[in-house]
Design a protein around this ligand. Structure first.
Ligand SMILES: [Zn+2]
Length: 44
């Protein structure tokens, strides 16, 4: 299992992503970024 934060992936918050592979974490991060964008939430 790998855990990375949004911040470590170049994002602005400290949300944690946990997955088996880096590719999966990248997908989770991407989905998270999209969600923030769609909700027009301030991504901090
Ligand atoms: Zn984030």
């Amino acid at each position: 299992m790998k855990t990375m934060t949004c911040q470590e992936l170049g994002g602005a918050c400290d949300k944690k992503f946990t997955a088996e592979t880096f590719e999966e974490i990248a997908e989770l991060s991407k989905a998270h970024g999209m969600e923030m964008f769609q909700k027009k939430m301030k991504h901090t």
